[in-house]
Design a protein around this ligand. Structure first.
Ligand code: FE2
Length: 381
């Protein structure tokens, strides 16, 4: 049971639960979020009016509760609207706001090398045929920003099938997908392939590709493991060690550039640690190879900026942060490229290493996941 109070000259409605919890809503917010057929399309839920269609001198004339329904009458429109109180409470904004920058969204779990014993993964055939398996795999990517897939075909372009499970490939100047192929020198067994520092891909694009898939077709060399690092965990560790360094990397833009082929000159200006307007940690960009001259940090802060950049790199290089695994043919991994860094370890000995990579985007993945979850909930009701 709920009670309702109307106050501030018809500008504020307060819902009061049995336990005394009070939740306030503004008249203009309620009117804008009405779900009647004149305000929202009954077929697709899209809003049919603009804010200009709502009178600026809007007031709530009357408010009453019946069961889980809230009944309001707005003037000067003389418009009556019924609200589902459960919907209102699920969308409440009268709550404590986070005060410190660097918080992560609901459902995000940060991790370090201890995730190695529980690498999120799914079987290709199971994910292809069973929507529950697919939903579970996608939800792990949402939570951890990374997952493996095993048991796929060791055939070229199989990675496109993985992307097709949840969304669409993002085509770039590297093509729909690209080859990561290395022949290890068989005449010199001491030869060691260079490892790469963990990085996010293509920070010079804006928007950056938000997902990357790397799919293994051959991997017979010694070494050549893949490793991933949670950029959110690294950024939060930097914050815990030195809040000023976290701050300087989040308040100033770095610059990234790639102009390595004719006709291509990609440039972006974005912070290495990206926060939303309210301090939510939403992105990490880190790539030593494509960081351009950084020119947007004030002279007086450049020293701190470089100290912070160096320390973030050391944290990323710390084995305690990394999850390492070796892919077999037919296996792949996917990373949230706005969060999780990836790298290749050095390799040696004879053999070959052939991976195919592609980009895709998180909006499609999260949409597919939300639709699968909504379908599951509906089936359970
Ligand atoms: Fe990469």
């Amino acid at each position: 049971m709920y009670q309702v109070e109307l106050g501030t000259n018809g500008q504020v409605v307060t819902l009061i639960a049995d336990d005394g919890t009070r939740t306030r809503f503004h008249a203009i917010w309620l009117r804008d979020n009405a779900w009647d057929d004149e305000t929202r399309s009954p077929s697709n839920g899209q809003r049919l009016i603009a804010l200009r269609d709502i009178p600026a001198n809007l007031v709530i004339e009357s408010a009453s509760v019946s069961g889980t329904e809230l009944h309001l009458t707005f003037q000067p429109e003389s418009k009556s609207v019924v609200y589902d109180i459960n919907w209102l409470l699920a969308h409440r904004y009268d709550r404590e706001q986070p005060v410190a920058a660097g918080w992560t969204g609901q459902g995000i779990s940060t991790w370090d090398s201890s995730l190695m014993s529980a690498v999120p993964e799914a079987d290709f055939n199971a994910a292809t045929t069973n929507p529950d398996v697919l939903a579970n795999w996608l939800s792990k990517i949402r939570t951890y920003g990374f997952a493996k897939m095993t048991g796929g075909p060791a055939t070229p372009e199989a990675l496109l099938k993985v992307a097709g499970l949840f969304g669409y490939v993002r085509e770039t100047n590297y093509g729909k997908y690209f080859e990561v192929r290395t022949e290890v020198n068989p005449t010199n067994l001491a030869y060691t392939g260079l490892g790469l520092q963990a990085h996010t891909d293509n920070p010079y694009r804006d928007p950056v590709p938000t997902l990357q898939i790397l799919y293994c077709l051959e991997n017979s060399a010694t070494g050549g493991e893949n490793m991933v690092v949670d950029g959110f965990a690294a950024a939060l560790r930097l914050k815990a060690e030195n809040p000023l360094w976290f701050d300087v990397l989040s308040r100033h833009c770095a610059r990234f550039e790639y102009a390595g082929e004719s006709g291509v000159c990609l440039r972006s200006r974005r912070p290495m640690i990206e926060l939303a307007a309210d301090g939510e940690l939403i992105g990490v960009r880190f790539n030593n190879r494509s960081t351009a001259a950084i020119t947007d940090v004030p002279f007086d802060e450049m020293g701190d900026y470089y100290a912070a950049y160096r320390r973030l790199g050391e944290i990323i290089d710390d084995p305690a942060m990394e999850v390492t695994f070796k892919l077999s043919p037919g296996e792949c991994f996917i990373v949230d490229n706005t969060r999780v860094l990836h790298a290749r370890k050095g390799y040696s000995g004879a053999g070959s290493r052939w991976l195919q990579g592609c980009y895709a985007d998180k909006d499609g993945l999260l949409s597919t996941l939300a639709a699968l979850e909504a379908g599951k909930q509906e089936a359970a009701e």
